[in-house]
Design a protein around this ligand. Structure first.
Ligand SMILES: *[C@@H]1O[C@H](CO)[C@@H](O)[C@H](O)[C@H]1NC(C)=O
Ligand SMILES: *[C@@H]1O[C@H](CO)[C@@H](O)[C@H](O)[C@H]1NC(C)=O
Ligand SMILES: *[C@@H]1O[C@H](CO)[C@@H](O)[C@H](O)[C@H]1NC(C)=O
Ligand SMILES: *[C@@H]1O[C@H](CO)[C@@H](O)[C@H](O)[C@H]1NC(C)=O
Ligand SMILES: *[C@@H]1O[C@H](CO)[C@@H](O)[C@H](O)[C@H]1NC(C)=O
Ligand SMILES: *[C@@H]1O[C@H](CO)[C@@H](O)[C@H](O)[C@H]1NC(C)=O
Ligand SMILES: *[C@@H]1O[C@H](CO)[C@@H](O)[C@H](O)[C@H]1NC(C)=O
Ligand SMILES: *[C@@H]1O[C@H](CO)[C@@H](O)[C@H](O)[C@H]1NC(C)=O
Length: 615
């Protein structure tokens, strides 16, 4: 069972776009058609980089179509109504610390249906933005039509707080003019830089500080303020820089980069519409690979292993690394998107043992930029660190609806889950469905009995067999260090340590003087609309009027269907519970590049009783 797939897919490997030079006939009236201009550039100049205005004209060339709009809203309506667990929870006002607009999504979708639009792009963009406003990292709507290019400006940003407590935005890497690196950015498009970045609409978290971190994360291969998939609002960005003692204005235009599989498939707006927009197969991987490629060239390239104080003890590449710095240890977990099996489990244990054998007394759990993966990995790490806990997996439930019932057994595999009450498998779907009514956002709804993920290969026993001497560290010897972008399955590791075992937490970034979450989007298990439609087809239920009809315009909705509850407070949904980090750190010009500085700063908080933001 995987979740956080939406964000995860941004992190896949690198793909180089190579094409052979080919000249084909150029449509006659291409001048007025952005899509045709893109095609012309592609074939005559052999380029895959295009101007903002060509892409904008291409996207805006399709007239508003009521039939498409109504069908899109109707399908979204049924999908949200039938499968979105948080539908009514999202109507409740946010807990203190969060920042989002509570809303009745179904009502808002109906409002969108009644508005007037200049073109189809304006409509679809409105739908996308509305769904983004849920600020739910597992929930997003993407269309093939308007996600064909990656936009970038060759300039990335970061934020520091000075010794005097003043927060500033700075240039991290400008690949066009590196002399701008580390200059302060006072204004963007004439407005205060911090303000502009705070308003950048990412959907990654309900906490504004986390969204701010995501917008200017220099290690993240996803959508940021500087690298986007959604059409930016204007063709150029104007940065006002303060470098040493002079002011400098830098103008940067957005470039749009395309991928071969899309560029080969159209030659004007008609063919773009037929082959890209109406294409109901979605394959975003090449585009995300492109995004990854672009962000790589702007990323932090400093290798922490090159620091002479840091010693690598053991590593499972692209997953987990064990370091020793001076007299303390670091366990860096990059992802949970790995399949756990016997061999891997033994390797993880080996890494922890190797770190313990160095004799370190204090350990930093580094969960930076970790966007989740498989819950099984989180449960395994929790068991390994805290073998005496009665529970190392979080309870879930699902909202039971008339749409869910006919496909429930195909959505949730009964052999993979255990009843929280009986600690046994459910005998039938009816036993899972149960009879629990919960009121949320003023609406009484039916929720299933609670369940948790089965430990299929008895990894608990494997741990006790292979880790005969338990790890030497107690909760008070550990500290969790994140940039808040520890989401989904990663958040379950952080919560397992912080909530259940009282391990202290340190979060880096956010806004000075304000608390910041140590983890984000605890959510639930994410599914996507394509998966739902496939099940409906498989079960031959296409004619069931309760169930959603596939989008007639290529697109995909991601939503969490099940939801996670806190272990300590049985009735609190983790996604909607604000939890501030105990301690805070801010980047400096050095620590944004050399992360091991943050490790040392974090380890200094171990044993400190005066938390900055007590829980
Ligand atoms: C444009 O593409 C369509 C179908 O994809 C093809 O039939 C047509 O010949 C192409 N036109 C030109 C000018 O290449
Ligand atoms: C639809 O998209 C898929 C995946 O990107 C692609 O393989 C296929 O050729 C497209 N179909 C058409 C008709 O362009
Ligand atoms: C801008 O960034 C892109 C993508 O990383 C890169 O290919 C290109 O070379 C950069 N342009 C300049 C002028 O550095
Ligand atoms: C950023 O990525 C680099 C290279 O992958 C890595 O060495 C560094 O530790 C990362 N920094 C953070 C803050 O995660
Ligand atoms: C176990 O998992 C690892 C990494 O996920 C993989 O490389 C290996 O092939 C797997 N081994 C078996 C026996 O499935
Ligand atoms: C359910 O899970 C079990 C164990 O993981 C697996 O063997 C089986 O194929 C799954 N069934 C379905 C329908 O996915
Ligand atoms: C759905 O209804 C149509 C039209 O009544 C019929 O032709 C088709 O066989 C039905 N499909 C299924 C899967 O029942
Ligand atoms: C403990 O942390 C606080 C910040 O929360 C800091 O002001 C204080 O100096 C720290 N105390 C020690 C002994 O490091």
């Amino acid at each position: 069972m995987r979740f956080f797939a939406a964000i995860l897919s941004f992190l896949f490997a690198f793909f180089m776009n190579v094409r052979s030079h080919r000249i084909s006939q150029i449509p006659r009236y291409y001048e007025n058609d952005g899509c045709a201009r893109i095609h012309k550039e592609y074939v005559t100049k052999n380029t895959n980089i295009f101007s903002y205005i060509d892409v904008k004209d291409c996207y805006e060339s399709f007239p508003f179509d009521k039939e498409i709009a109504f069908q899109t809203i109707d399908t979204l309506n049924v999908l949200f109504h039938g499968f979105y667990s948080f539908l009514y929870k999202a109507r409740e006002p946010p807990q203190k610390g969060f920042d989002y607009r509570p809303m009745d999504l179904l009502v808002q979708l109906e409002i969108l249906k009644r508005k007037q639009y200049d073109n189809l792009f304006q409509f679809m963009d409105g739908v996308r933005k509305l769904i983004f406003e849920l600020r739910d990292a597992h929930t997003s709507y993407t269309t093939n039509c308007f996600s064909s290019f990656v936009f970038y400006t060759n300039l990335t940003l970061y934020s520091v707080v000075t010794d005097e407590g003043v927060q500033k935005i700075k240039v991290f890497k400008d690949t066009i003019d590196p002399t701008n690196n580390n200059c302060e950015v006072t204004h963007i498009d004439g407005r205060r830089a911090i303000q502009v970045i705070s308003e950048f609409p990412t959907f990654i978290s309900r906490d504004l500080g986390v969204r701010f971190n995501a917008a200017i994360d220099v290690n993240y291969s996803g959508i940021t303020f500087s690298t986007r998939i959604d059409l930016p609002g204007s063709p150029i960005m104007i940065y006002t820089l303060k470098c040493d003692n002079y002011i400098k204005v830098v103008k940067r235009s957005w470039n749009a980069i395309g991928i071969q599989s899309i560029l080969e498939n159209f030659n004007n707006s008609n063919t773009y519409f037929a082959n890209i927009c109406k294409n109901t197969t979605t394959d975003y991987k090449p585009l995300f690979d492109k995004l990854d490629e672009i962000t790589k060239s702007h990323k932090n390239t400093y290798d922490v292993k090159s620091n002479e104080d840091v010693k690598l003890i053991y590593e499972i590449t692209e997953f987990i690394s064990f370091f020793k710095k001076q007299n303390f240890g670091v366990v860096k977990i990059k992802t949970e998107d790995v399949h756990l099996n016997h061999t891997l489990a033994l390797k993880i244990i080996k890494g922890f043992k190797a770190l313990a054998n160095t004799g370190v007394k204090k350990v930093v759990l580094d969960l930076f930029d970790n966007f989740g993966g498989f819950v099984l990995i989180s449960n395994f790490i929790n068991q390994l660190l805290f073998p005496n806990n009665k529970k190392s997996s979080f309870d879930m439930d699902v909202r039971i609806t008339e749409q869910l019932k006919p496909i429930l057994q195909d959505l949730l595999n009964m052999t993979e889950i255990i009843s929280s009450k009986t600690l046994k498998h459910f005998h039938s779907a009816n036993e899972l469905i149960g009879n629990n009514i919960i009121t949320r956002g003023g609406v009484k709804e039916h929720y299933s009995n609670r369940f948790f993920l089965n430990d299929p290969n008895n990894y608990k026993r494997l741990i006790s067999r292979h880790l005969i001497t338990p790890l030497p560290w107690k909760s008070e010897d550990l500290i969790i260090l994140t940039n808040s972008l520890c989401g989904s399955s990663c958040a379950l590791i952080a919560e397992g340590a912080a909530e259940v075992n009282k391990v202290n937490t340190v979060a880096v970034g956010g806004f000075v003087g304000e608390p910041l979450s140590y983890a984000s989007c605890q959510g639930g298990i994410a599914i996507d609309s394509t998966h739902i439609f496939n099940i409906i087809c498989k079960l031959n239920l296409q004619n069931n009027t309760l169930l959603p009809k596939p989008f007639n315009f290529g697109g995909k909705l991601n939503i969490p269907s099940s939801e996670f509850y806190s272990i300590k407070n049985h009735n609190s949904l983790m996604e909607f519970t604000y939890k501030a980090a105990d301690f805070r750190l801010f980047y400096t010009e050095q620590s944004i590049r050399d992360q091991s500085i943050l490790w040392s700063q974090a380890v200094a908080f171990i044993g400190n009783k005066s938390k900055t933001f007590p829980k």
